[in-house]
Write a protein that binds this ligand. Structure first.
Ligand SMILES: Cc1ncc(COP(=O)(O)O)c(C=O)c1O
Length: 357
């Protein structure tokens, strides 16, 4: 009975759509969304296919995809680059779809961790694989606290790190946190390097990077002196794609070094060539001790990761993180093929500095 219904609805779903047909269909879909989903859609269109840089709705109408699926669909859709990824996914599916990567050795996970060590900035080397950007942030929070044996954390005003409890605590926007507190204790938000909407009402360069210097005073007067890490998006995405002014990262990095604070770079949104370099932090003089990844990492499959230096790794114990689905071999295969494809894309080839180093 159920299989019949499924076959029926699949047949219907694969029927070519007329415009009239699609309107009826869209109304039905809208109704079902309202009935069965917690969160409404932002754009009321039903995407059925992707082709290159375009999304195609149920009526065949084409849209330029400026969102790239919240920054996930790095290579576009159904083109020569994604074809390579799809083949890798199919090969892996035929072998095995799930191995917990810390229960048994998993070859796709090993290959990905090695690749991440190769392309990550500075001394970042050891990876823990999970499923999402938020999960990576949670792991980074626990790890940096243990590494420094301190509990306080700094985030940026207007920053966004996700909706799990630690991630939302680090998020610097009150609208994400209404009525769900208390949040993680010891998390503070410092002024963002956001010149257009400077919360210190200053103007760059006359400000002389007052937002970075503010941290000195804040550490002295606003914390208990137990700050483990500064968790920062190198380019704030949700805040409006905010590129920090020149000099910010070297100043904030120097302050962190002097106070024994680890820099945690959240490259969930900015990673994998989107800024013209493999990771956004590579544009500046700053060496994070932990980096978190998600979104494009999985080539469209769920995958997150946090990567740490050998020093940070030395405090990590087996029970410090777990993720049953994390590092799924199909996601890892998709990830590896995506990273490979990146190098082949014409835009990447044109940019010398995107070359993986
Ligand atoms: C910078 C940043 N960090 C973390 C996250 C959370 O990632 P996820 O939605 O995969 O949990 C996001 C999501 O938008 C993000 O932009």
């Amino acid at each position: 009975m159920f299989l019949n219904r499924l076959a029926q609805s699949w047949k219907q779903a694969s029927k070519p759509f007329t415009r009239e047909g699609s309107t009826m269909e869209t109304n039905l879909i809208k109704k079902k969304y309202e009935e069965f989903f917690l969160k409404p859609v932002m754009d009321e269109i039903t995407i059925r296919e992707g082709k290159g840089i375009k999304l195609i709705d149920a009526s065949g109408k084409e849209y330029m995809d400026f969102t790239s699926g919240f920054g996930v669909s790095l290579l576009g859709y159904n083109n020569e680059y994604t074809e390579y990824v799809h083949e890798a996914i199919q090969r892996q599916i035929r072998r095995i779809v799930h191995i917990p990567h810390y229960l048994y050795y998993s070859e796709p996970a090993i290959a990905l961790a090695e690749k991440l060590a190769e392309i990550s900035p500075g001394a970042l080397k050891k990876t823990f694989l999970c499923n999402s950007g938020s999960e990576a942030i949670e792991g980074a929070i626990r790890t940096v606290r243990k590494y420094k044996n301190r509990f306080e954390l700094l985030g940026l005003q207007q920053g966004f790190m996700g909706h799990s409890m630690g991630a939302v605590s680090l998020t610097g926007r009150s609208k994400d946190k209404r009525k769900i507190g208390p949040l993680l204790p010891g998390v503070y938000h410092i002024p963002a390097p956001y010149c257009f909407r400077c919360s210190l009402r200053q103007t760059y360069p006359g400000c002389n990077l007052a937002c970075a210097d503010y941290v000195e005073d804040f550490l002295e007067f606003g914390t208990s002196g137990n700050v483990a890490g500064l968790v920062i998006e190198p380019i704030m995405g949700h805040a409006g794609v905010v590129v920090p002014p020149d000099g910010y990262f070297s100043r904030i990095g120097e302050i962190c070094r002097r106070h024994g604070i680890a820099v945690v770079a959240d490259e969930t949104l900015t990673g994998f060539g989107k800024t013209g370099k493999m990771f956004a932090v590579k544009h500046w003089e700053i060496e994070p001790e932990i980096m978190t990844l998600g979104k494009a990492l999985g080539g469209g499959f769920p995958l997150g990761a946090f990567i740490v230096t050998d020093n940070v790794a030395s405090v990590f114990e087996f029970e410090d993180a777990s993720s049953a689905l994390g590092g799924n071999p199909v996601s890892c295969a998709a990830s590896l093929a995506t990273i490979d494809s990146l190098k082949k894309k014409p835009c990447a080839r044109k940019r010398q500095d995107l070359a993986i180093t």
